[in-house]
Ligand binder design. Structure first.
Ligand SMILES: Cc1cc2nc3c(=O)[nH]c(=O)nc-3n(C[C@H](O)[C@H](O)[C@H](O)COP(=O)(O)OP(=O)(O)OC[C@H]3O[C@@H](n4cnc5c(N)ncnc54)[C@H](O)[C@@H]3O)c2cc1C
Length: 387
């Protein structure tokens, strides 16, 4: 089988690959370059919905179908509509994103797409079920299996099932996104509902869990259907679409490189935040950093991505607190949203806070629980560093 040669190969053409490609194209980095994107999926469906928050208009603003100035947080004994200014909470449906990216990319006739399943990598060669493709630089967003070490790291999953509900009559409060509604049976875990109205008659309602194991589909169904029935009561509605997702919330670092030619990006490169599962924002930060480097250097051989610094340690501690279950998980979020201005937890979760702001945030958590968890994680960190 002959091997085709490319400057850049994108193994996987989802959020991370397309975000990077669009930025590279807009910065003129793909001029005179031969580029290949390989994905097993044609990306012609809405296979997910991304929510994130940002202050200003982002690169993908034209894909945003809805943004909210108000967020709602609810937990037992507390229910508030909060103003997260300067942030807006935004929603992008994946099909609009895929189409926008492909429109930008199609301006460059040197970028080719192949729909095929990637089997493995042989140094600088991507081997698919039907071909072999050689790349000077390969960006890999196909999720790898980590060699897990449960004694050192925490492995939570964010798993969720959502339904787009359409009502006959206006029902939803269009201007308010319910970010977390913890007033559901917690089952000694971290369970909450999202209600994200894109109009007064249509909303994404999603049942989300942070835990170590997935549920049977019937359990997501029951919890979500009960919630929908309780909220909508006698209002007639239909289910327009459904989505299901699992995001790794691991504090074990994902290797940034598979080998000298293959660089890991997206969730596969560790872009999913371990304590929240939010990824879209971090994919954008990752692609900005990569583009800034590639504007100055032809390769990634001397590229050192900016580390997470102290935010890595905060994630470690948070996951330990979740795992130890000494306080109910909802209480931790309750502390943040009840005691702080709403923008601050969001800024913290985006890893954008100053040290002074971190201190303000850390003070709202139950002190002894967090101190003990921090000492435990610090000792683990020392062991990891000593090896
Ligand atoms: C349903 C869902 C909803 C989410 N919602 C949010 C959200 O609201 N906010 C947020 O911040 N994050 C969210 N995430 C997490 C994260 O933002 C997304 O998973 C995002 O798509 C990750 O981008 P990626 O490029 O790393 O992976 P993907 O977008 O999944 O891209 C990987 C690509 O690789 C392809 N692929 C996989 N295996 C192969 C193979 N063997 N051969 C060829 N191609 C292959 C896939 O088809 C896919 O297109 C969500 C995730 C899911 C699953």
């Amino acid at each position: 089988m002959s091997t085709n040669n490319y400057d850049y190969i994108f193994a996987g053409g989802g959020a991370a690959a397309l975000s990077l490609l669009v930025r590279m194209q807009k910065e003129g980095l793909l001029r005179d370059k031969k580029v290949l994107v390989i994905d097993k999926d044609p990306k012609v469906h809405n296979d997910r919905t991304w929510c994130f928050w940002e202050e200003k208009e982002g690169l993908f603003e034209s894909c945003v179908i809805k943004s909210w100035d108000k967020i709602r947080f609810a937990s037992p004994g507390y229910d508030a509509k909060l103003n997260p200014q300067p942030y807006k909470y935004k929603m992008i449906r994946s099909l609009a994103f895929y189409q926008y990216c492909k429109d930008v990319i199609s301006q460059n006739s040197n970028i080719h797409f192949v729909q095929d399943a990637i089997l493995h990598f042989e140094n600088d060669v991507v081997v698919t079920s039907q071909g072999r493709y050689k790349g000077s630089l390969i960006f890999n967003s196909i999720l790898q299996n980590l060699n897990k070490d449960e004694s050192r790291y925490h492995y939570f999953l964010q798993h969720f099932k959502g339904k787009f509900i359409e009502t006959e009559q206006p029902f939803f409060e269009e201007g308010v996104a319910t970010l977390m509604d913890f007033t559901i049976n917690q089952n000694n875990e971290c369970r909450f509902m999202y209600v994200l109205p894109v109009s007064s008659t249509k909303a994404l309602m999603e049942f989300t869990i942070f835990s170590e194991n997935l549920l049977d589909d019937s359990e997501y169904e029951t919890a979500l259907n009960n919630y929908i029935a309780e909220k909508l009561k006698y209002h007639p509605y239909k289910i327009a679409e459904e989505e299901f997702g699992v995001i790794p919330m691991y504090n074990q670092p994902f290797p940034k490189r598979l080998n000298a030619n293959v660089f890991n990006i997206g969730t596969n490169g560790g872009a999913s935040k371990a304590s929240s599962g939010f990824t879209f924002h971090f994919i954008q930060e990752e692609s900005k950093q990569l583009v800034a480097h590639l504007k100055k250097h032809p390769t990634l051989s001397n590229y050192n991505p900016k580390g997470k610094g102290r935010f890595q340690f905060f994630d470690d501690v948070f996951l330990r607190v979740l795992r130890e279950k000494k306080v109910p998980a909802f209480y931790l979020f309750n502390c943040m949203f009840r005691k702080l201005p709403a923008y601050l937890p969001l800024k913290f979760l985006n890893e954008e806070t100053s040290m002074l702001e971190d201190l303000k945030i850390l003070r709202v958590f139950p002190r002894m629980v967090f101190m003990k968890a921090a000492i435990g994680e610090f000792l683990k960190l020392r062991v990891r560093r000593a090896e």
